[in-house]
Design a protein around this ligand. Structure first.
Ligand code: HEC
Ligand code: HEC
Length: 202
């Protein structure tokens, strides 16, 4: 069968064969990741809860977020300079590297995670809040091909900050307002509870 380019791909496997340049190389990513480790941790698990863990996050999601920082669509003063010089291949390599690392176990805050668990698993139909589990999965592992990020073992402080940023329109993804719509329906208390729950999820 003649492959003429990405548009002729009918299945992911074929795309992978047709376009090897777009697949990440974890070893190359490891070599490029030293600067990232200063904030995200050498193991992809950061020590500052405002800086996200990248260990075990999906390759495609990591690459997509790096591209957003690079073009200024996702705004963060610490992160943007670190993305500005990356090529598409660097982004995929870094994604492959961090995706292969193991997330460290974090614990949920026992005082509020139960409410977070209810919201995560059941949503709130009365207010049109969908269950997070539908996209982020029963163990918070997300969905790689759909670019739904993993939320498990992520710092609650970071997760809460992102929900706030979505709700207030400070984090915006071109052509994708899924999380802005959902987060804008959540109360502050719900954001804290669900973030606590996902921190302990694995
Ligand atoms: C000076 C600290 C710092 C350095 C160095 C840094 N980052 Fe970040 N990174 C951050 C912060 C802070 C955020 C969270 C930004 C926000 O709140 O939107 C972030 C967010 C990210 C995200 C988004 C994660 C998510 O779950 O959405 C990715 C991916 C990322 N960084 C990758 C990298 C890579 C790859 C490197 C190295 C090339 C790097 N970072 C270097 C501080 C840093
Ligand atoms: C219909 C699918 C869908 C549902 C339901 C959903 N999400 Fe998301 N979520 C996404 C997508 C897609 C992204 C990536 C958004 C982007 O790139 O801007 C995301 C991103 C996030 C992030 C940012 C993660 C990071 O690493 O920066 C958080 C936090 C989050 N979602 C929490 C939730 C919570 C809490 C709920 C339930 C109240 C929920 N999501 C329901 C699809 C969904």
């Amino acid at each position: 069968m003649k492959m003429t380019g990405a548009l002729s791909c009918s299945a992911l496997m074929l795309c992978a064969f047709a376009a090897p340049a777009f697949a990440g190389d974890a070893a190359a990513g490891a070599a490029k990741s030293a600067v990232c480790g200063a904030c995200h941790g050498a193991s992809g698990n950061s020590s500052n809860p405002e800086w996200p863990n990248l260990a075990g996050q999906h390759e495609g999601y990591i690459a997509a977020q790096l591209a957003l920082f690079k073009r200024g669509a996702r705004d963060n003063a610490l992160m943007m300079p670190n993305a500005s010089a990356l090529t598409d291949q660097d982004m995929m390599d870094l994604g492959a590297h961090f995706a292969g690392q193991a997330p460290a176990g974090l614990e949920a805050d026992p005082s509020n995670y139960k409410a977070g668990e209810r919201l995560y698993r059941g949503g709130d139909a009365d207010r049109g809040v969908p269950a997070c589990i539908a996209c982020h999965g029963p163990q918070g592992k997300g969905n790689g091909p759909a670019k739904y990020p993993a939320l498990r073992a992520q710092h609650a402080v970071y997760t809460y900050n992102q929900l706030k940023a979505f709700a207030e329109g400070r984090r915006r993804t071109p052509d994708n307002d899924i999380m802005q719509v959902i987060a804008s329906k959540l109360t502050d208390e719900e954001m804290r509870a669900v973030s606590s729950y996902t921190q302990g999820l694995r």
